[in-house]
Design a protein around this ligand. Structure first.
Ligand code: UGB
Length: 558
């Protein structure tokens, strides 16, 4: 390591004594590890930190002189003819895609003690997020990948999630995947910075240990580069795309294929799946920025930066809704479709490092001291910041948010507060209910008579749309066209209000069914059709839990 610029802020008196050699070795080992984990080493990290901290101290505006506008992209109605056409095209492309799940976050806002990918997506089957993702990829592989191609899945973990993710896979036999097709890449934390000069912060209780914190989900790009996986996917596996996604969105495979179709149709090197964004909603906005030198880029602008940028330029009213009731700028949901060839070229050029930022909370007006230590961070959606200017960057927005994005992020109390304020609750409750809704809406779009939904209240969230609890295995159908093939006569199928339909048999089809009341589980694996079936039983019911009962956490949070 170069002997420049590395300063530790802490109990320096003890650092100088000779009776602490073991502790010093321990510190050195940690510094070596921090050096290895960052592309370019610790000195590069500190150099970057000094630059970013100086810019922050000066109050530099990264968007100085930029003019924002709404970028090029596609806005689709879920289930429309255009949607289904792009979905079909995208599913064919999905057979040449590597999938990347970022699952290193602890999900502190949710307050769940387990890892988020182990949460049930819904209560009808209890299928967890990781199982849903893996089985969707396997279903796409069976239907759309070239013979013998096993579609890869990378899961980025962290110290907080790695062992439990590994155990979840092992305990469930990789959910049917081949063990070699799932790779876990663990992100490491980065050193904390004690002050504006980027001196490293030591633990208050241990003068021989540097404080560390997560670097953010942008680490995924560095790991795909340093592991050599992205390059091998392109050169050895002949894959064309890489799709990134977050830990808890059961709607992922309802919307991602259409985005892949849009990428192929429009030649997008980088395509962000998006949903309509209400002004001030805490999600990033996909924005085209024209720079003073005449160049332009399409980027994610985080919600806290959007309002001042708009006020200072084209929209004096700031981050406001237009006549549609939404912001004209689509909301980023961090499901990204990236073309592998330009992606690999860019990783090569930048050594896997992507744009970073720093967000210190200052303790003084001179902006030199911090309230607490800070660190550099990076976000996976910032990758286009360094792409060549001629790279086509766009978005695919699905107009019906419930069909594309319903993540589980908030604990019940904050979820109820958000719902009361008219914002999406992004809770285990909404995640489950939106999944039933999207499945029912798919069947309805194909001519099945469904519902109507009831109104329900769970965990203090009132007025919820409670559709029949309809779920099927991904191997039964991914996408509208596959679903259509499972229904010989959609007009002969009725799914009544408050009923439950679980299709567990991947080989069954439905000819005619009147699900009047209660529950139907289509189990087994034999081929055959549900025909002339009338179901009327007591079935399963969903009811709010007694708050004084002793229930599993997975249930109380929904
Ligand atoms: N994650 C990691 O794998 N590693 C990390 O170090 C951190 C996170 P959050 P966030 O969907 O509403 C994003 O914490 O970062 C994984 C976008 O930036 O749930 O606050 C983690 O496991 C924002 O523009 O979200 O905000 C999870 O799978 C907007 O789109 C994923 O990263 C926002 O999501 C996201 O982590 C949103």
């Amino acid at each position: 390591m170069e002997a420049v610029g590395l300063e530790l802020l802490g109990d320096n008196a003890r650092l100088l004594t000779t009776d602490a050699d073991d502790d010093k070795r321990r510190l050195l080992a940690q510094l070596r590890q921090l050096d290895d984990n960052y592309a370019g080493g610790l000195i590069k990290y500190i150099t970057n930190a000094k630059r970013l901290l100086q810019e922050s101290k000066e109050g530099a505006n990264p968007f100085e002189g930029c003019v924002p506008s709404v970028p090029e992209g596609e806005r689709l109605d879920f289930g429309s003819a255009a949607f289904i056409e792009l979905e079909d095209r995208g599913l064919a492309e999905a057979g040449r895609t590597g999938f990347v799940l970022v699952a290193g976050g602890l999900g502190e806002r949710l307050g769940y003690s387990g890892i988020k990918v182990s949460l049930p997506t819904e209560c009808a089957t209890g299928r967890c997020y990781l199982e849903l993702y893996v089985s969707s990829i396997l279903a796409i592989q069976a239907a759309h990948a070239p013979a013998g191609q096993r579609l890869p899945l990378v899961i980025m973990t962290s110290d907080d999630t790695h062992a439990r993710t590994e155990a979840l896979l092992n305990d469930n036999n990789y959910f049917g995947a081949h063990a070699t097709q799932i790779t876990l890449l663990k992100q490491e934390k980065v050193a904390c910075l004690a002050d504006g000069d980027a001196r490293l912060a030591l633990e208050p209780e241990d003068a021989f240990r540097v404080q560390t914190k997560p670097h953010g989900h942008g680490d995924v790009h560095m790991l795909l580069h340093s592991s050599g996986l992205a390059r091998r996917w392109r050169e050895e596996r002949g894959l064309r795309w890489v799709a990134f996604f977050q830990d808890t969105n059961a709607q992922l495979f309802r919307a991602l294929p259409a985005a892949l179709g849009v990428s192929a149709a429009r030649g997008f090197a980088f395509n962000s799946l998006a949903v309509p964004r209400r002004a001030k909603e805490a999600i990033g906005a996909i924005t085209r920025l024209a720079f003073p030198d005449g160049s332009a880029r399409t980027l994610n602008v985080e919600y806290n930066q959007l309002d001042p940028l708009l006020r200072a330029t084209t929209h004096p009213q700031g981050d406001a809704n237009d006549a549609s009731g939404f912001s004209p700028f689509p909301g980023n949901i961090n499901q990204l479709v990236v073309e592998l060839a330009p992606y690999c070229a860019e990783l090569e050029r930048r050594g896997g490092v992507i744009a970073e930022f720093v967000n210190p909370k200052y303790a003084d007006a001179a902006r030199t001291a911090f309230k607490k230590s800070t660190r550099l961070e990076c976000m996976m959606q910032d990758f286009p910041k360094g792409l060549p200017l001629d790279a086509r960057v766009g978005f695919t927005s699905v107009n019906q948010t419930w069909a594309a994005y319903s993540p589980v992020k908030n604990d019940p109390a904050s979820a109820a507060d958000k719902a009361r304020a008219g914002d999406p609750s992004h809770s285990a409750t909404s995640g489950e209910l939106d999944l039933y809704k999207v499945n029912c809406k798919m069947l309805q779009a194909l001519g099945v008579s469904v519902g109507p939904p009831s109104e329900a209240a769970f965990n203090g969230i009132q007025g919820l749309e409670f559709w029949p609890r309809v779920v099927w295995r991904p191997s039964w159908a991914v996408g509208f066209s596959a679903l259509k093939q499972r229904l010989a006569r959609p007009e002969a199928v009725t799914i009544g209000r408050d009923t439950v339909l679980v299709i567990d048999n991947p080989n069954a089809s439905i000819d005619s069914l009147d699900l009047k009341r209660g529950t139907l589980v289509v189990a087994g694996s034999g081929e055959g059709a549900v025909a002339d079936a009338v179901v009327d039983n007591d079935g399963w019911t969903w009811e709010p839990l007694d708050p004084n009962g002793d229930w599993p956490e997975e249930l109380t949070i929904r």
